[in-house]
Design a binder for this molecule. Structure first.
Ligand code: GTP
Ligand code: MG
Length: 423
């Protein structure tokens, strides 16, 4: 089963809680605060590998969760960081943000990694809050909670060469004779239903060839297997365009070439500009004297300057084709990685403070700066709550609320904390 697009959910680990604790030894009954900080949650990291070539493993496992950070301990011991969740994907996997449909990462090199979501920060232990005026803080901070995110994985195969052409022209047969691949070959259309990759060796060098399902007229409107698999040749540097010169299926080689090029252009203008080598296949089925005149007519009709004539059966022209491909590849630079958009998965804006007035007259305060502060509040703890109120004043939140018309007795809601304003 071939799978090249899948939506999964990922969640980085939450930060561990800071600890509230006081030093206790045989000699000290009421020592100072010694609650350590919580550990950081594990990150969610994607890693490309050449050992995979489909997204099949994501068919059944769609949820990935990194470990939470450990809570802080007494004696100023910081909790352990959560273990990262490393998700292996085939090289060529592109990560897409489903909310914007934009690409956020392109894992085009073997071993390349991408931190998609960072683990939550650990909360501070009570030792952190000790100051000259607050000798014995009885509160600590909760760990940062990280939301679940969704991400689409799409595989856009990385190959140097793409084999393109009508069904049954001999693409898979050619791949089987020039590379280590062992694709299915048969005398009917759409034998190939998903891409095959093969490594071709020539003159001591190698290149990767992708064989995709055949295209037909109207593929852009979904005829046959449609355009779907063209994404697997989108990134090739060279297209080997196979045309059955024997016309053994009653087709016309000159027309076939035009039809396929039109379909490529309809899919993606960039792909249509990719350099092509026209390869006339099944030459063994044509009488020698007819072959040249057929080729001449084709070359004239399309005004092409580079072509090869091969038979995968007799192997005629096959070695020359491999050399020609290598020669061309040396002149064509690798395609750059895809443009990616800045993504907000691991970014939090800790500077914002927003106020919303509800219909019942209550005020809600939210935003990154507030979220960060509210993690430190234990509402049942008087000192903690007093600290929170002082901070709200310092940050100008109370002034902002007064400007918005807050009066004595009005309810203020901040995250899961709600209190009445008292002047
Ligand atoms: N005589 C001859 N037959 C060939 C040659 N190459 C392929 N064939 C035959 O043509 C038929 C189609 O070959 P495939 O390689 O499966 O063709 P394809 O282009 O991959 O076809 P799809 O996967 O359906 O798009 C098979 O019966 C092959 O044996 C050739 O050079 N000479
Ligand atoms: Mg095939």
């Amino acid at each position: 089963m071939f799978l090249d697009r899948v939506k999964i959910s990922i969640k980085a680990g939450n930060g561990g809680k800071g600890s509230t604790s006081f030093l206790r030894t045989k000699l000290t009954q009421n020592g100072g605060p010694d609650g350590g900080d919580g550990g950081r949650g594990g990150h969610v990291i994607f890693k490309a590998t050449n050992d995979m070539n489909t997204l099949y493993s994501f068919r059944f496992k769609k949820k990935f969760v990194a470990e939470n950070g450990e809570d802080g301990h007494q004696k100023n011991q910081t909790g352990r960081n959560g273990k990262d969740e490393i998700i292996l994907v085939p090289t060529g996997t592109v990560l897409i943000n489903p909310k914007t449909d934009k690409i956020i990462a392109d894992l085009s090199e073997d071993g390349q990694t991408f931190v998609a979501v960072k683990g939550g920060l650990g909360g501070h232990g009570n030792a952190y809050y000790k100051s000259s005026i607050k000798q014995a803080p009885t509160f600590s901070q909760a760990g940062e909670v990280v939301d679940i995110k969704e991400v689409i994985l799409e595989l856009k195969t990385i190959a140097d060469v793409g084999l393109v052409g009508f069904p049954n022209v001999g693409k898979s047969t050619l791949l089987s004779v020039i590379s280590n691949a062992n694709p299915k070959i048969a005398n009917y259309h759409f034998t190939t239903i998903y891409p095959n990759l093969g490594v071709c060796e020539v003159l001591g060098e190698t290149f990767v060839v992708a064989d995709i399902p055949g295209l037909i007229e109207g593929a852009s409107e979904g005829q046959g297997l449609g355009h779907y698999f063209l994404k697997h040749v989108e990134r090739v540097r060279l297209i080997v365009h196979l045309v059955d010169i024997s016309e053994c299926e009653g087709r016309n080689a000159i027309e076939d070439y035009t039809i396929i090029n039109n379909e490529l252009a309809k899919y993606n203008a960039e792909l249509a500009k990719t350099k092509q080598i026209v390869v006339f296949s099944k030459s063994d089925l044509v009488e020698k004297d007819q072959l040249q005149s057929k080729i001449d007519a084709f070359v004239k009709a399309h005004n092409i300057d580079e072509y090869m004539c091969i038979s995968s059966y007799t192997r005629e022209g096959v070695e020359e084709l491999k050399k020609k491909v290598l020669e061309n590849l040396k002149k064509i630079p690798k395609k750059p990685a895809l443009a990616v958009e800045e993504h907000d998965f691991d970014k939090k804006d800790f500077s914002t403070i927003e106020i919303k007035r509800h219909d019942d007259g209550s005020f809600e305060v939210y935003g990154g700066r507030i979220e960060n502060l509210s993690r430190g509040v234990v509402i049942s703890d008087e000192i903690s709550f007093a600290y929170f109120q002082t901070k709200l004043k310092e940050m100008g939140v109370i002034d902002m609320l007064l400007e918005r018309g807050m009066k004595e007795g009005d309810t203020v809601i901040i995250k899961d904390i709600s209190f009445e304003y008292v002047e």
